[in-house]
Design a protein. Sequence first.
Length: 225
Amino acid sequence: MIIQKQKSFEEIKEALEGEKKIFISGCADCATTCKVGGEEEVAEMKKKLEELGKEITGTTVMDVCCLSGEVREQGRAHKEAIEGADSILVLACGAGVQTIGDQLGVKVHPGCDSLFSGQVVRLGKYQELCRLCGECILEKTDGICPITRCAKALLNGPCGGYNEGKCETDPDKDCAWVLIYERLKERGELDKMAIYQEPKDYSPMAWPGKYEWEKKRPVKVPPAE
Ligand code: SF4
Ligand code: SF4
């Protein structure tokens, strides 16, 4: 999940300065779960902007606003309201903002800040779990990511700084390598701790990332004779 928070209303207000007619889009996926761009937040933003004297030409909450096809479909469904607006305020992650801008060819404003890819621990509490490194090593660390959860992204840990299971950079944060150790111990796989991890190839993280299936569609296998 892309964890995100809504920008302050002051910032949004400033971005919309000089524009009178606004279309608002939220997203039913991550933005709804993070309570920044679901039905409720879109309605609330509409009310606040109307109080500012803006005309809201329409609103929608797209199923997934980083899906080009879905965005084009929504563009057709709300054609008049979108064409009648000076811009679209997008209450969703940066990928959603850009997909809407690219696919609909309209001016877009980001209403949220995308923070990281992580877990919803509970509503309002989120934890980063993955830096999208392009070559997952969770198999070797029993499902705990040291690249994300260790402050030094150590592939061989722990470092000498951990103290009573906590990270030297933050006494409130568990040392990722102590967590890995405990988990491996529980599973009877402590021998994995002794395996030296070679330096990681970070080149797949180079941006902008791009990935395309080699074959667009699954190949039909003819029935066996
Ligand atoms: S190893 Fe890479 S892909 Fe796997 S969880 Fe960590 S950052 Fe994400
Ligand atoms: S104390 Fe643990 S989590 Fe913190 S930097 Fe060292 S190995 Fe990483």
